[in-house]
Design a protein around this ligand. Structure first.
Ligand code: PLP
Length: 383
């Protein structure tokens, strides 16, 4: 057993056990299993938290992306610009529509380098799919401007960025996932807000898009007229998940604040260490939520081994190789995806894969545990 675990869902469950079990028991006792008031209550709470008009519960973040892309009408012959430094779902969901994913590089902050978008566009480009990685928003203002001037849709993969904000040049502060035609969230158990397994939400401010996404998440059925209008999957979030998440929604602001506190402890304890680069990028516009706390470290593989030896600190490396080196990507290059530059690689994406390592980051971490991570990391570099 590691001295400090990378994740600890049991701790959060223990802290809120009665309330969570009560909510689930209520659903099962009443037999109110699907599309009841718990789902719409959760959706309303989620929409209110984000400041967005419509939120629809689905069964995963991947399904959220599927629903958004399908409702947006993305399909064969289209291209969608995204990144390779992401979870495979951002890319797979594009490919599954029949459209081609066009992958560009990320910048120092692990997010889509917006200055590379225009070069990646073609007459087939229909949308941009930025991924707000690690709980930090992409350069959304620039991305939205490009999209507007080129007539493209923006579908945000906000799976890791629930509650992350951007102060816009008009002075308004806006949350990630609310900029484009749709925002896609994952409530996988290990994300900042975790369901009882897998869950997701897709949001929009566009009434027409909301109607289409509602059809796409549930068999193409218009729930009012009871007509089936599309061939579609069943991606619905059931009531047990909705009720469970509705309990957790109350604690989300506190949990996000605690994440920030932990990030500050890491900054205080490691900020002077020249062998690591911490995830701070000197801008006052953004508030990151640290869904993951990813550092760039010298001698990364040795560091990982040091943490592992003696079961000191459990860490995670995402990802050791660029996503385009996965078998499914190598086998489908130019058919299902292409690079958005003239080369055969994405330099920053490659560099990152040799340097990144994620430190434990969840609200239940104690200050002592964080101090232990800091001490262990410092010990490694001074040995
Ligand atoms: C987690 C994640 C997803 C997929 O979400 P699931 O709920 O696991 O299906 C998509 N994109 C990114 C960036 C993610 O981190």
């Amino acid at each position: 057993m590691y001295k400090v675990r990378f994740v600890n869902p049991q701790k959060q469950y223990a802290d809120h056990k009665e309330e969570l079990l009560g909510a689930i028991d209520d659903i099962l006792t009443r037999g109110a299993l699907v599309t009841n008031k718990e789902l719409s209550e959760f959706e309303q709470n989620f929409a209110k938290f984000l400041g967005v008009k419509h939120a629809l519960g689905v069964n995963s973040g991947t399904s959220a992306l599927d629903v958004a892309l399908q409702a947006a009408g993305i399909g064969p012959g289209d291209e969608v610009v995204s990144v390779a430094h992401t979870f495979i779902a951002s890319i797979s969901t594009i490919c599954l529509t029949g459209a081609k994913a066009v992958l560009i590089d990320v910048g120092q902050d692990f997010n889509m380098d917006a200055s590379l978008i225009e070069k990646a566009l073609s007459p087939k480009t229909k949308a941009i799919l930025p991924v707000h990685f690690n709980g930090r928003l992409c350069d959304v203002e620039v991305i939205m401007q490009i999209a507007k001037s080129k007539g493209l849709m923006v579908i945000e993969d906000a799976a890791q960025a629930l509650g992350a904000t951007m102060k816009m040049s008009d002075g308004q502060t806006q949350k990630g996932g609310t900029f484009g035609i749709a925002g896609c969230f994952s409530l996988y158990w290990a994300k900042a807000l975790g369901g009882p397994g897998t869950s997701g939400v897709v949001v929009t401010n566009d009434d027409d898009m909301a109607i289409k996404m509602r059809l796409m998440r549930y068999n193409g059925e218009d729930r009012e007229s009871r007509e089936f209008r599309h061939h579609a999957h069943n991606f619905l979030m059931d009531n047990i998940r909705a009720a469970f998440l509705n309990v957790k929604m109350k604690y989300l602001p506190g949990w996000l604040a605690r994440r920030k506190e932990i990030a500050n402890l890491y900054l205080k304890g490691l900020g002077d260490l020249k062998q690591v680069q911490l995830p701070y990028f000197n801008d006052s516009q953004r508030e990151d939520i640290y869904n993951n706390y990813v550092i760039r470290a010298e001698r990364r593989d040795e560091l990982e081994e040091y943490f592992k030896k003696g079961e000191l600190v459990e860490t995670l490396v995402q990802y050791k190789r660029p996503m385009y080196e996965e078998p499914i990507m190598r086998e489908t290059k130019d058919k299902m995806w292409r690079f958005g530059n003239d080369g055969n690689s994405l330099p920053e994406t490659e560099k990152l894969s040799g340097e990144v390592i994620s430190l434990p980051m969840y609200p239940e971490l104690t200050n002592e545990e964080v101090e232990f991570v800091i001490k262990t990391l410092r010990d490694f570099y001074s040995s």
